[in-house]
Design a binder for this molecule. Structure first.
Ligand code: SAM
Length: 282
C-alpha cells in the first residue's frame, strides 16, 4: 500500500486489544512519511509491536502553533502524515481537531482510516436505543458545573454517552441520579476489550452501589450510556404531575415531593423539582 502524497490520514488505533488495529491502519502507518502522535512513547510501543519504523512526531493539545504549521507545510509540500491518539479515534475527546481544521482550511486532503471508538463500542453493547444518540464526552470535573450540565440534559430523549475516569465514577453517577431520577436505565462499560473488561446495565438508583461493590470500579476507563428521557408524548400530563406535587409538597416538602413524584410518574427528579418550585411560586 502506498500513501497518497499530501494527504493527512486520521488513523484509529486500539482502545484495548491490540488486534483492533486494522490491517489498513497498520499498512498506512508504515506507508506514510510521518506519524503525528499524542504521546510518542505510547505510540512508539504500538509501532514497535507491529515492526513499523515510520518517524514519530509529537502533536498534542499543548503543542505550539509552530508545530501545527510545520506539519501543515509538510503536507502542503506533498508529504503524507498519519495522525493518531493514544487510543481510539483521534479528535474524539482527543487532540487532532486543530490539525484537521487547519488541513481542511488549506485544501489538504484528509482521509479517515476508520476503527475503534470507545463511545461506539460501549453503545453497541449497551442494550439501550442506538437509533439516535448524543455524545457528550467528558462532563466537567467540578461538581457544580457537572450538575448544571446534567440538569440541561435531563429532558434529552436520545441515548446519552459520557466518558469518565474511574476516580470520578461515584460522584458522576450520584449526580446523574439526582438529575435524571432513580429509574433511568444506564449501561456502564469499563476497560472495554482489555483484560478486566466488564459492562453492566442497571437503574441509576443502583449506580453508586455498583461502584462501591468492587474497589476496581474506581479505576480504569469508563463509558456511561444513559437512556434518554421519556419523549414528551410518553410523559404524564403536566396536570398529573402538578396535582401530585401539590399534595406531596404539603406533606413532605419540596425535595422529597419531587423525588416521590418523579418515581411515581417516571419523570426526571430534577424536572419534578423545578416544577415544584414553580408551583410554590404561583
Ligand atoms: N479517542 C478515544 C475514542 O475514540 O474513544 C477517546 C479518548 S478519551 C481521552 C479517553 C476516554 O475514553 C477514557 O477516559 C474513557 O472514558 C474512554 N475509553 C477509552 N478506552 C476505553 C475502554 N477500553 N473502555 C472504556 N472506556 C474507554
Amino acid at each position: 500500500m502506498t500513501a497518497r502524497a499530501g494527504t493527512l490520514y486520521v488513523v484509529a488505533t486500539p482502545i484495548g486489544n491490540r488486534g483492533e488495529l486494522s490491517a489498513r491502519a497498520r499498512e498506512m502507518l508504515a506507508a506514510v512519511d510521518a506519524v503525528a502522535a499524542e504521546d510518542t512513547r505510547h505510540t512508539g510501543v504500538l509501532l514497535r509491536d507491529f515492526a513499523i519504523d515510520t518517524p514519530l512526531e509529537s502533536l498534542h493539545e499543548h503543542s505550539d502553533a509552530a508545530r501545527w504549521r510545520s506539519l501543515l507545510n509538510r503536507l502542503a509540500a506533498g508529504q503524507s502524515v498519519a495522525l493518531v491518539s493514544d487510543a481510539g479515534t483521534p479528535g474524539i475527546s482527543d487532540p487532532g481537531f486543530e490539525l484537521i481544521r487547519g488541513a481542511r482550511a488549506h485544501g489538504i486532503d484528509v482521509r479517515p482510516v476508520a476503527g475503534p471508538c470507545a463511545a461506539i463500542a460501549a453503545l453497541s453493547v449497551s442494550g439501550l436505543p442506538t437509533d439516535r444518540f448524543v455524545f457528550e464526552g467528558f462532563l466537567p470535573a467540578r461538581s457544580v458545573a457537572r450538575r448544571r450540565r446534567l440538569a440541561a440534559l435531563a429532558d434529552e430523549s436520545r441515548t446519552l454517552i459520557f466518558y469518565e475516569a474511574g476516580r470520578r465514577m461515584r460522584a458522576m453517577l450520584a449526580d446523574c441520579r439526582d438529575a435524571f431520577g432513580d429509574e433511568r436505565r444506564i449501561a456502564v462499560a469499563r476497560e472495554l476489550t482489555k483484560r478486566f473488561e466488564e459492562s453492566a446495565q442497571l437503574d441509576l438508583a443502583d449506580g453508586v452501589a455498583w461502584v462501591d461493590a468492587d474497589a476496581n470500579r474506581t479505576r480504569g476507563e469508563f463509558v456511561v450510556c444513559v437512556a434518554g428521557a421519556a419523549r414528551a408524548t410518553d410523559k404524564p400530563p403536566t396536570a398529573d404531575l402538578d396535582a401530585l406535587l401539590t399534595e406531596l409538597v404539603a406533606l413532605t416538602g419540596t425535595r422529597e415531593a419531587a423525588r416521590i413524584a418523579a418515581r411515581t410518574l417516571g419523570v426526571a427528579r430534577n424536572s419534578a423539582y423545578q416544577r415544584a418550585l414553580v408551583l410554590a411560586r404561583e
